[in-house]
Design a binder for this molecule. Structure first.
Ligand code: FAD
Length: 334
């Protein structure tokens, strides 16, 4: 690991101005559970780290009639175990609860989770030159395309990259129309969570739309009765401590047995958190049966482009969505 300078400011203003005057390649750091990993792997080599966990106001959860607000430095475990979130927004609590391990969730933050980088093994294991990776080294090629692609994405892929967007929480936030508060040198702004993530296209090394030095200060989720009829369903190689092979965040509004509004997003299968808008529309006004749930699940994968070894995710993903729909519908009755 390269030597670096470390500071721990107590205000957002201080953090932003430290970033502006730091050498190129400076990074904010929160729990460090992703960034230190990448530094040890020699993928990230920041000369300057600005720890954001002591910044006043970033460690609070605030709930009012209109929205849930999570400071960016709130630990994942604090949201996962929060009583109101667990009972009224299970999709949010479950997406965090089913991620990583308890120790990691205690350390990792809900802001850092949004900005974690892919777990593609060619991205993470090839910094010594063993594998080309357009995300790590623009223009070098992609060993995953045509390689061992069992874990790779089949939605939103490009000819240069099929790396999966790894986070569970961003998938749940995408389904729930969350927005993030971002502060930079020019002031603060809100951005829909969906606008934070780029598709790989021809520039897979550019993953997020934040400008250099912009700090995520909070995440806001609008309050909705659909929160109660929601779930985050995650399928992985082992029952805990593993990233998703396929996941689905679902929240439903039902009236007289018919779905008036469905929210569906999928994870583990796409290059960014993926909202299944067409599948959602197919369900509007209809009754939910097991057969229809599977039909909707399959619709969520209509645009999929499987590679050599990840075709199984088509059926797995469809069934994950179908199961999530049935779990959410069941919750609407309790
Ligand atoms: C073994 C293991 C298993 C895991 N399993 C899962 C899993 O199943 N599901 C899942 O979703 N995740 C999983 N993770 C990832 C884990 O959830 C993330 O590492 C964690 O959420 C990142 O949060 P952090 O606070 O530690 O971020 P850091 O590592 O501190 O930072 C991550 C990135 O965010 C940036 N950043 C941090 N805070 C801010 C801010 N406020 N504003 C702007 N930029 C910021 C940093 O510059 C860095 O680029 C796993 C991690 C490990 C090590």
């Amino acid at each position: 690991m390269k030597a670096f300078t470390y500071i721990r400011p107590t205000t957002a203003k201080e953090a932003i101005s430290a970033f502006a005057s730091a050498a190129e390649g400076a990074r904010y750091i929160a729990g460090g559970t992703t960034l230190y990993d990448l530094m040890k792997l020699n993928i990230e080599r920041p000369p300057f780290l600005i720890d954001v966990t002591a910044i006043a106001g970033l460690n609070e959860i605030d709930i009012n009639e209109d929205r849930l607000r999570f400071g960016a430095s709130v630990p994942m475990s604090a949201v996962a175990s929060h009583e109101t979130i667990r009972t009224s927004y299970p999709v949010l609590a479950e997406s965090l609860w089913k991620a990583a391990s308890q120790q990691l969730r205690n350390m990792a933050t809900v802001g850092g989770n949004l900005l974690q980088r892919t777990r593609c093994m060619y991205f993470r294991n090839g910094a010594d030159g063993a594998y080309p990776c357009n995300k790590r080294e623009p223009g070098s090629g992609c060993a995953a395309i045509g390689g061992l692609d069992r874990g790779q994405a089949l939605l939103g892929v490009s000819a240069l990259c099929n790396a999966v967007s790894p986070g569970d929480w961003p998938v749940a936030l995408t389904a729930m129309d969350a927005r993030i508060e971002v502060v930079g040198a020019a002031g603060s702004r809100y951005m829909p969570i969906a606008e934070l993530y780029r598709l790989p296209g021809e520039t897979p090394h550019l993953e997020f739309t934040l400008a250099p030095g912009e700090l995520v200060t909070a995440i806001e989720v609008p309050r909705t009765p659909a929160g109660r009829s929601s779930t985050y369903h995650k399928i992985r190689d082992r029952e805990s401590y593993a990233f998703a092979l396929a996941s689905a965040a679902v929240a439903l509004e039902l009236q007289g047995g018919r779905v008036t509004r469905a929210r569906i997003a999928v994870g583990g299968v796409a290059t960014r958190p993926w909202r299944a808008t067409e599948a959602e529309q197919m369900l509007a006004g209809r009754r939910l049966t097991a057969d229809r749930a599977l039909e909707i699940g399959r619709a969520a994968f209509q645009a999929a482009q499987p590679g050599r070894h990840n075709g199984f995710k088509l059926e797995l993903g469809a069934r994950t969505v179908a199961d999530a729909l049935m779990i959410a519908a069941e919750r609407s009755r309790s």
